[in-house]
Design a binder for this molecule. Structure first.
Ligand code: EPU
Length: 341
């Protein structure tokens, strides 16, 4: 058994507010420093974890090693013409500040991804997505240091193997590469990449009598929708959606539909159907549930929250109960979305 770790608390460095500890915490403010820190860790054969805003992870235990907190800054125009611009953005930039910067500078495309917590370097790892748009639609390349050699590598869009809430960096690339910069191609014509079809979004535009809203309005409305149903981690600790929305065959979907005519779902281009995990969790009776300080958010069943002093194991134990209950009721397995450490 590991003795209680006396290292540095990570409570303020993860949005679920888990009071895990690490042995050493290093703030990274430039890429050269990152290279040196990785070389040192490699030489000492020490384990490490790369942390941005800590908004998509669950500490189930203390970290017996070093945490590299990425705080590099910088947004640079790499190339542009009258229609498009390519930006190179440092991994430590805050995602939502980037979205705001782009709209102010008339670089369009990212507005549907407004209000997502986290850093730019973390965004490709889980291919952040919301309101019908995914990061990969704009991503040109990812620059990263290969941990075993210290070399700076460039990964093209295809190299990143993006999928729904997934990429190479979440699977085989985890711990092998540390992302330093992300390159995105955005558009100078606001309408060329506008995507306003997502149901909840289209409904809100209609409600507010908005026809052809501009990028700032899209951002405002999305922030309103998010604010109304997703808890602000600064007020109630959480890590966003705790489960992925499961994708099932059309046949399975039709069977479920027969039994549950109002099941919430999103048809996919390949004929499969994405089911709203939040609907299943709510209908299995979990919305608003609380066990000690671990709970299910009362306004959105996909969000697990820490009411104060929940440990990582409290959260994981609640997640397991939810997975079992959804599996018993709907015969669908839910996969945990954030990275569990
Ligand atoms: N619903 C319920 N109960 C709830 C909440 C939602 O039944 O408590 C139903 C509603 O019918 C709703 C449907 O589920 O129409 C879908 O809900 P919502 O639009 O909130 O989307 P979601 O599928 O729950 C996903 C993303 C979110 C993203 C929203 C909007 C995943 C895992 N989550 O949630 O991403 O903001 O769509 O695009 O794909 C995140 O990843 O952390 C995140 C918040």
């Amino acid at each position: 058994m590991v003795a209680e770790c006396m290292g540095t608390s990570l409570k303020t460095l993860n949005t679920l507010g888990i009071n895990a500890h690490c042995q050493q915490l290093i703030e990274i403010t430039d890429t050269d420093q990152l290279g040196l820190a990785l070389a040192d860790l490699r030489e000492k054969q020490q384990s490490f974890l790369v942390l941005g805003s800590g908004s998509n992870l669950v500490f189930s235990k203390d970290m017996l090693g070093t945490v590299l907190h990425i705080a590099t800054k910088g947004i640079e125009v790499i190339e542009q013409d009258s229609e498009q611009v390519v930006l190179s953005i440092a991994a430590g930039e805050i995602w939502d500040e980037l979205v705001s910067y782009c709209i102010k500078n008339n670089y369009f495309g990212l507005e549907n991804l407004s209000g997502i917590p986290g850093t730019v370097g973390a965004a490709p790892v889980q291919n952040i997505g919301a309101y019908g748009v995914e990061l990969e639609q704009f991503l040109i390349s990812v620059q990263a240091i290969e941990v075993s050699t210290g070399k700076l590598l460039s990964f093209s869009h295809d190299d990143c193997e993006f999928a729904y809430r997934d990429s190479l960096f979440k699977r085989v690339g985890a711990n092998r590469y540390v992302i330093t910069d992300v390159r995105l191609k955005l558009f100078k014509d606001a309408s060329s990449r506008r995507d306003l079809q997502y149901k909840g979004l289209a409904d809100e535009f209609a409600k507010q009598d908005l026809v052809n809203p501009n990028a700032s309005t899209v951002r405002r409305v999305i922030k309103e929708i998010r604010g109304a149903k997703l808890p602000d981690p600064a007020v109630l600790a959480n890590a966003g959606s705790f489960f992925k929305n499961p994708v099932v065959s059309e046949q399975m979907y039709l069977q479920l539909l027969e039994q549950y005519p109002d099941i919430a779902s999103f048809p996919q281009r390949d004929g499969q159907v994405k089911l709203a995990a939040s609907w299943m969790i709510e209908n299995a009776g979990w919305k608003g549930f609380r066990e000690n300080d671990a709970g299910v958010f009362e306004k959105h069943a996909l969000i697990l929250v820490n009411h104060g002093c929940a440990t990582g194991s409290n959260i994981i134990s609640l997640a397991k109960q939810i997975q079992d209950s959804v599996s018993d009721r709907f015969a669908v397995s839910l996969e945990i979305e954030p990275t569990v450490i």
